[in-house]
Design a protein around this ligand. Structure first.
Ligand code: ZN
Length: 230
């Protein structure tokens, strides 16, 4: 286990700063440009990341009070809110992103030792301790900062985040095997195995390239296509 709650908290903070710095003072035109995610403008993506902070805030509330407050009322509502976010003014989206991130960070800071251990249910239906919330948030802000398609690459994400993300994705991908691949990070010596039928294909590249590949994001490796993830 390479990640701790403290690490994840600092990756979430750092990822939030990177995300906000990337947006800076985008005007309407910059906000309406396509994101790296199919069919989504940057407005949709920012609305999704802001709504994610509010949704994770619901889980923090659940951990703090025991009152069952799921991330989203329903999948339909989650999708409708993203669609509506695509039509919000630029300044409103930036303000929502900033305020929601601050609220979440503040709520996490206020959790007691016992509350950190309380079980909550993710949008995918997994029951996890509240200590998973900072990791869930760091994944969202860091990966989606790259998805803003504004020049930020995986190589610029916080140190330590990339191997933790690669571990997490490899674990999830093992549950739904695709092509067997052995991955070697030539700069750090880290390696991962993606299980599947047949002899594994060996793929080498920087840790940042390998993580981008595992996450299903643009990369420059010569490697087999992987099934969709997340
Ligand atoms: Zn997301």
């Amino acid at each position: 286990m390479r990640r701790t709650t403290d690490n994840a908290l600092s990756w979430a903070d750092e990822g939030t700063r990177l995300f906000l710095r990337t947006i800076g003072r985008w005007d309407e035109e910059q906000y309406l440009a396509p994101s790296g995610l199919p069919g989504w403008t940057r407005k949709h993506l920012v609305a999704h990341v802001a709504a994610n902070a509010d949704a994770l805030g619901n889980l923090v509330h659940w951990a703090a009070t025991g009152e069952e407050t799921p991330m989203y009322p329903s999948v339909e509502r989650r999708n409708a809110d993203i669609a509506a976010g695509g039509a919000k003014p630029a300044a409103e989206l930036t303000a929502w992103l900033r305020a929601s991130a601050e609220r979440l960070a503040g709520a996490l800071r206020d959790l007691s030792q016992d509350q950190w251990r309380a079980g909550v249910v993710t949008a995918q239906g997994r029951t996890v301790p509240a200590t998973e919330i900072p990791w869930m948030r760091s994944r969202e802000v860091c990966v989606h900062a790259v998805d803003l398609a504004a020049g930020l690459s995986f190589a610029r994400l916080p140190e330590g985040f990339l191997p933790a993300l690669a571990d997490d994705i490899v674990t999830r991908r093992a549950a739904a095997p695709g092509p067997p691949v052995t991955l070697l990070a030539t700069d750090t010596g880290d390696h991962w195995e993606l299980p599947g039928d047949g002899g594994p294909v060996k793929v080498g590249g920087t840790l940042a390239e390998i993580t981008a590949y595992l996450a299903g994001r643009p990369h420059s490796l010569t490697a087999p296509d992987l099934p969709a993830w997340l």
